[in-house]
Design a protein around this ligand. Structure first.
Ligand SMILES: C[S@@+](CC[C@H](N)C(=O)[O-])C[C@H]1O[C@@H](n2cnc3c(N)ncnc32)[C@H](O)[C@@H]1O
Length: 241
């Protein structure tokens, strides 16, 4: 992908637009102004993506090549669906031969080639349903899940970290050898135990802050590359015992 479209208006819409003072609260007005002036929002509209989040995945892939050769992808926290759009494209997924399974507790508009489950990923039945939906071994598990905000920063942080942890354990359970796991996390928030678990199971574990992730946000991404495979891990554990 080319450089981020900072300050460039490729949609024909002006950047730097202001929302008139009126009945809106100042915080809502600031949110709307930031949204309509965000070059990634405009670019998503132009390129047909459902969310600006698409560019986070594309930027990460540009550097770390996680989509290359992916044949089956599971997308956790998928709505409105821009990561699933990319996943369906790279896997050549079709409704007749679906290669992408997506889950979100929010409703998501249908996408060709994507099996959508509207349910909570933390529901004990979700892992089995996702495995059934993907119909084969996935080589990529991506999670952009963020817990709904409560207004209490620490609670929100802990809840999103919990989602990341459950997603990581799910990835280790379902991925094929050589597969990758990408998940949203928070700056300084990844627990040592989770990092250790990932380092045992993957060849490389790194934190990434893509340019499309807002600078003021504490959001980061955790990428675990090259799953060693369950047989290798079990053999290692037996040798240690
Ligand atoms: C940042 S959005 C994802 C955007 C998406 N990657 C895209 O490209 O369109 C995060 C999503 O995670 C979902 N989410 C959060 N917690 C979840 C859970 N426990 N189970 C399922 N989805 C969850 C939210 O409903 C929200 O739609």
């Amino acid at each position: 992908m080319s450089k981020p479209p900072v300050g460039v208006n490729r949609t024909g819409r002006k950047l730097g637009q202001k929302v008139k003072k009126g009945k809106l609260k100042a915080s809502s007005r600031r949110w709307i102004e930031r949204h309509i002036n965000d070059p990634y929002v405009q670019r998503a509209r132009l390129e047909g993506y459902r969310a600006r989040a698409a560019f986070k995945l594309l930027e990460i892939d540009e550097k770390h090549k996680i989509l290359d050769g992916a044949r089956r992808i599971i997308d956790l926290g998928a709505a409105p669906g821009s990561w699933s759009q990319i996943a369906a494209k790279v896997t050549d997924s079709t409704d007749a031969d679906p290669r992408v399974a997506a889950i979100d507790f929010l409703e998501m508009d249908p996408l060709p080639g994507v099996k959508i489950l509207q349910m909570d990923f933390l529901d004990p039945e979700a892992p089995e349903k996702l495995k059934e939906a993907i119909g084969g071994t996935p080589d990529l598990v991506i999670s952009d899940m963020a817990a709904p905000t409560t207004g209490h920063r620490q609670t929100d942080h802990l809840r999103t970290m919990h989602l990341c942890e459950v997603a990581a354990h799910f990835a280790v359970e379902v991925l094929g050898e050589g597969g990758h796991f990408l998940a949203k996390t928070f700056q300084g928030g990844t627990e040592r135990d989770l990092l250790n678990m990932l380092k045992q199971n993957f060849r490389q574990v790194i934190h990434i802050k893509p340019a499309a992730s807002r600078a003021e946000s504490v959001e980061m991404f955790l990428l675990a590359k090259g799953f060693k495979g369950r047989a290798a891990i079990e053999a290692g554990a037996e040798a240690e015992a």
